[in-house]
Design a protein around this ligand. Structure first.
Ligand code: G6P
Length: 366
């Protein structure tokens, strides 16, 4: 049944809709209300192990790497442990210094990506602690890691990652909760996040319902051949993943930039023919993001905002609204909106959404 399209025109569409259920599955049995924490027994980390961790490093490829970047932000915010993410291919070849107090997280939907598996083996050779964040439980990476968190996204057929990406982000929020609660994350904040995680399935549904609105926006910019995606801090990995999705399935040129870096070069490219997708979470950086939009508008560039904030009327040309909740989870909802945006663009241009040219679902060779 998983491999039948039913009412959907393609697997990407089906899998975007399955996110409602997948995110629910990923949290099921893992939310501990009494202790205001997450139960992730598969990590095999006792509280005393968690307290020893001095850094968390996520490694993965493609969308798994971008999910890892969101994960690093979540762990830093919730657990106040320095965290970063790196593409597995770069990581394995730069002879990384392996620190015994770093927790390494190998992120992979398939669990078979060659570069990620090679990074795991290299880390283990150097005596590091590596856990997996993997969808396929019987995969090489899951077996090599031995410990980790399964994503429970269900089978993903479309080359473009959708439900595997969102469940990765959920898994990292749970990891941030678990690590945070044996350090100094207050119970009240943890309880709020747990409540927000429970609301995610319904909120994802709300985002998906905007398909017609998003398609109408795409039609208005149909002639564009290049797009910018900008975001800062929480919005930055969302912009990267959003641009990647558009490139993969529509073959348009999309470039992601940190919002603050625009003025150091790329602003020269802004014209009325080059729309910018601005990822604007409802957080402390809202005024900064509003001035970025103003900079782009002043140069004649159209702006499509993906936002949970109430933006000043008329600021942006188009607005894709995502439900507001805990700002930490805003990247997940904005990413779903950008999946729909990329999908609508690919459909509009008549692309074969599930099987983009030159790409494979899982790259098992070097
Ligand atoms: C391929 C796919 C990407 C995916 C990446 C990592 O390049 O086209 O969509 O993000 O591999 O795959 P993994 O299975 O390791 O998550």
């Amino acid at each position: 049944e998983d491999y039948e399209l039913g009412e959907h025109s393609d697997f990407m569409h089906k899998e975007m809709h399955e996110q409602v259920e997948a995110v629910d599955r990923c949290t099921r049995g893992r939310l501990d209300d009494a202790a205001a924490t997450a139960r992730l027994d598969g990590l095999r980390l006792e509280p005393r192990d968690c307290r020893k961790i001095q850094r968390v490093t996520f490694v993965g490829c493609g969308s798994a790497y971008y999910a890892g970047q969101i994960g690093a932000n979540l762990v830093e915010e919730l657990a106040r442990i320095p965290a970063d993410a790196e593409p597995a291919s770069e990581f394995r070849y730069r002879n990384p210094i392996v620190d015994p107090d770093t927790l390494y997280v190998a992120v992979s939907q398939s669990g078979e990506t060659h570069d990620t598996l090679a990074a795991v083996r290299e880390l283990q050779r150097k005596g590091a602690t590596v856990v997996g964040a993997v969808n396929n439980a019987s995969s090489s990476i899951a077996r090599a890691c031995g410990a980790g968190v399964f994503l429970h996204a269900g089978p993903e057929v479309s080359v473009a990652a959708t439900k595997s990406f969102t469940t990765m982000v959920v898994a990292f929020a749970l990891m941030g909760l678990k690590l945070g609660r044996v350090r100094d994350l207050p119970a009240a904040r943890a309880e709020r996040l747990i409540g927000a995680l429970r609301q995610l399935p319904g909120q994802i549904e709300t985002v998906l319902k905007q398909e017609d609105h998003i398609t109408a926006i795409v039609r208005r910019y149909r002639d564009a051949r290049h797009l910018f995606y900008v975001g800062r801090v929480r919005g930055w990995p969302v912009a990267r993943e959003g641009a990647q999705k558009l490139k993969e399935i529509s073959y348009l040129h999309a470039e992601a930039y940190q919002a603050g870096e625009l003025k150091h070069g790329p602003l020269a490219l802004i014209t009325p023919q080059m729309p910018t997708v601005a990822v604007i979470p409802d957080d402390d950086l809202l005024p900064r993001n509003i001035s970025t939009v103003e900079e782009i508008k002043a140069r004649g560039g159209p702006v499509i905002a993906v936002t949970s904030a109430d933006l000043p009327a008329g600021l942006c040309d188009e607005v894709i609204r995502v439900p507001s909740g805990e700002p930490q989870l805003d990247p997940l909802l904005s990413s779903v909106a950008l999946q729909v945006f990329a999908w609508a663009w690919a459909k509009e241009l008549g692309r074969e959404v599930d099987r983009p040219r030159n790409l494979a679902k899982s790259v098992t060779v070097e």
